[in-house]
Design a protein around this ligand. Structure first.
Ligand code: ADP
Length: 740
């Protein structure tokens, strides 16, 4: 099935997946950060408020306790007429103030007196052993000197005798306590007891003591019934030092007297550094301390932030962003990797499809067996071959294992193979080159060979092998034809030279003798000689022209035979007759022998021409005094005429061409004998027209030559009948020489 090569439609969608992941993770990070921040803030707020509330409650309950103590003290005075210092001391001692109530300096009692009773009071107290001086001494209507203050240590002793009513902050509280009948706290003061260089802020709480047994209702009654105040001085630092429990150590607070948050009103601060650092949360609240309003300002310490979950927010945020980026990177690289992988797969499919196409094309090429194709390694082994190759080298498929391309190659081509192998190793392919293979039967086949390496291998190559036999054959034929054409051309030129020479020679003789005749100065004998020469030369010329015409007819296929029964013995005798003068001139003896009468079916004149030609050549090419022999035999169903001489003979090189037109053993320029070189060609043609054959033999130069003509015998067994009945009477009559 063809793979889907269209571009993947999912591909563009995937590119935004990483961004989607990034957006989602960033959103989650944002939400988580926001949620954690908000929760942390809420928790912090709660934590902070808890701490503030707890601290506030602690302060309240602590002071309520102190107020109760004062109320107890006032109860002591209400119960008896006279409370001595000893009584008072006993009461305070049992409270174990120092151990159980920190911050309280003591519990004291100030007594109200008038200017007229002032001295009596002092005297009375001195009687009790209390050395007291009321101070300040300035005269006034009412005196409120401190007479008891327990425990009576060095600090408290400094306060004995002091009239707190003379100081306006204390007085305001005292008046409020007096007029309301309840505990009243003073504003911020510096206690009389503060004798150190570092003076803590202080305040006092007063509880009114009314005259024994009275229960004043109105302010006037209360003022009238007032006997004094049970009071406590407080050093705020000592009082509030340990108010904040360990649990809330991350909270600081300041206490201000009144509602105005200003430094003059500052009573206490839990951490002296609290103004120096920024606090993330602040809250201000007020509490009522014995009728006086305190402002509490709570702030957070730096540690608060450390213990807050808000500290996680940046981690969550940056962690989330980091995770988002990592996820983004991962998904993007994954998306890219996937896209790349898909591209690679598509590419692979395309390559595979292309490979399949090329493979199928290649397979078609191999199976078409138009050319030989082999897969082979460069060392000589043939791995695979198609039928065309096997056919070329003449092996069967099951013999493939036995053959190697290097052993199929003749040794003289090994260097070409090596060169091609080198080219393939270096460039992956080689130029096609011509070589030969030795076929199984030992014959050779010319081939054109080219090869290239199989992709992915170094040593395996595919080679095509083209059979060049046909081409080589055509090349050879063409070469022969060209050679023949050149030869024919040369022969034609030779022939023309020969013809002009041969025609001119008799003409020259004729013309020479004709001129002598014209001079009329010759005797009769000479005149006869002249006429004889003229006639002979004219005959020669006639013969030459006759030969040319015959050749022309032969070439055009227009030579016709007039067939009849002919006795070859007669023909031979006639031919010998006609060449006798020429033989005699050269003192050549002609012998003839005929075993039987040979009757053939043929053209008499042409048959005579055959014999005459062979005889003429024999005489021509035999030196003076030589011998020529003519034999006639009947062999099987044919008649054999043999003309042999003792002449110059024929070279073995010339022998094969002796019957060709225009062929002469000597070239036109060097030859010594006359003739056109047409005679034997005409002879062979005429013999063949009669259904016969002719061949020439010679033992070599100077050893004579023999021409053997074979003609089909008309009927040897009927030779008598033929001789008597069928031969023309003219021929018998004219037969001057009977062949024996
Ligand atoms: P021509 O005799 O006119 O040259 P032919 O065709 O008769 O032409 O002979 C061709 C050639 O064959 C001669 O030129 C000669 O070289 C050679 N030839 C023919 N007959 C003989 C022979 N009897 N002995 C030696 N050479 C011969």
């Amino acid at each position: 099935m063809e793979p889907d090569l269209s571009p993947n439609p999912r591909q563009p969608r995937r590119t935004w997946i990483p961004y989607f992941v990034l957006a989602v993770t960033l959103l989650i990070t944002g939400i988580a950060t926001f949620y954690v921040a908000r929760t942390a803030r809420t928790k912090d707020q709660l934590r902070f408020e808890n701490a503030a509330e707890f601290t506030k409650d602690e302060i309240k309950s602590r002071l309520n306790n102190y107020v109760s103590l004062l109320r107890g003290g006032s109860g002591l005075f209400a119960a008896t007429d006279q409370v001595t210092r000893e009584d008072f001391r006993a009461y305070v001692q049992q409270l174990e103030l120092r151990d159980r109530y920190s911050g309280i300096q003591g519990i004291g009692f100030s007594v109200k007196t008038t200017s007229d009773r002032k001295d009596a009071l002092v005297a009375e107290l001195r009687q009790q052993g209390i050395q007291i001086t009321i101070r300040p001494e300035s005269p006034r209507s009412e005196y409120h000197s401190i007479i008891y203050l327990e425990p009576l240590d060095r600090r408290n002793e400094a306060a004995i005798g002091f009239d707190m009513f003379t100081e306006k902050v204390r007085r305001a509280a005292m008046e409020r306590a007096r007029d309301t009948g309840t505990a009243a706290a003073s504003g911020k003061v510096t206690l009389i007891q503060e004798i150190d260089s570092y003076k803590q802020a202080g305040f006092l709480i007063y509880f009114p003591v009314y005259r024994n047994g009275s229960n004043p209702k109105t302010v006037a009654q209360k003022q009238a019934a007032l006997e004094g105040f049970v009071y406590s001085p407080f050093r705020v630092d000592d009082l509030l030092r340990d108010v904040i429990s360990e649990q809330y150590s991350y909270v600081d607070f300041q206490v201000y007297d009144g509602t105005e948050i200003i430094s003059q009103n500052l009573l206490y601060r839990s951490n002296p550094d609290s103004f120096n650092h920024h606090s993330s949360l602040t809250t201000t609240t007020t509490i009522n301390i014995a009728g006086r309003t305190w402002s509490l300002v709570f702030t957070t310490r730096p540690e608060f932030v450390n213990t807050s979950e808000a500290g996680l927010v940046p981690y969550i945020f940056f962690g989330g962003v980091a995770i988002s980026m990592v996820l983004f990177g991962l998904t993007r690289s994954q998306a890219r990797a996937k896209t790349a992988a898909e591209k690679a797969v598509a590419q692979m499919h395309r390559s595979q499809a292309a490979l399949r196409t090329s493979e199928s094309r290649f397979r078609c090429l191999i199976e078409a067996d138009i050319i030989g194709i082999i897969t082979a390694d460069l060392d000589g082994k043939i791995i695979e071959a198609n039928d065309a190759f096997l056919k070329m080298v003449g092996y069967q498929r099951d013999e493939l294992q036995e053959i190697r391309w290097d052993t199929l190659t003749p040794p003289e081509y090994h260097h070409l193979d090596q060169h091609a192998s080198q080219e393939i190793r270096t460039f992956g392919a080689c130029h096609p080159f011509e070589k030969e293979y030795i076929r199984k039967d030992g014959s050779r086949i010319s081939v054109l060979l080219g090869g290239a390496t199989v992709e992915g291998t170094q040593n395996i190559c595919i080679a095509f092998v083209l059979d060049l036999t046909e081409r080589k054959h055509l090349e050879n034929t063409l070469r022969h034809q060209t050679e023949e054409l050149a030869e024919a051309n040369r022969l034609k030129d030779d022939f023309l030279a020969v013809v002009s020479h041969e025609l001119r020679t008799p003409l020259n003789a004729i013309l020479g003798w004709v001129q002598l005749l014209r001079s009329r100065r010759m005797d009769e004998a000479k005149t006869n000689k002249a006429l004889e020469v003229i006639e002979r030369n004219a005959k020669v010329q006639t013969q030459l022209i006759e030969d040319l015409l015959d050749t022309s007819r032969l070439i055009r296929g227009q030579l016709y035979l007039q067939m009849r029964l002919v006795d070859m013995t007669v023909v031979i005798a006639d031919a010998i007759d006609s060449v006798q003068p020429a033989a005699a001139a050269k003192k050549i003896q002609i012998d003839s022998a005929a075993s039987e009468i040979g009757i053939v079916w043929g053209d008499r004149d042409r048959l005579q021409q055959i014999v005459w030609n062979l005889l003429s050549n024999a005489i021509k090419f035999t030196p003076d005094g030589g011998q020529v022999e003519v034999k006639l035999n009947c062999v099987d169903q044919s008649i054999e005429i043999q003309v042999s001489d003792t002449g110059i003979g024929i070279s073995p090189e010339f022998l094969p061409y002796i019957f060709d037109r225009f062929r002469q053993a000597e070239s036109a320029t060097t030859r010594s004998s006359s003739g056109l070189g047409l005679g034997l060609a005409i002879v062979r043609h005429l013999v063949e027209l009669h259904g016969g054959t002719i061949r020439a033999t010679s033992a070599g130069i100077g050893r004579g030559a023999t021409f053997i003509v074979k003609l089909p015998l008309w009927n040897c067994s009927q030779k008598k009948v033929v001789t008597e009945d069928l031969l023309a009477p003219r021929q018998i009559r004219e037969n001057k020489r009977i062949i024996h």
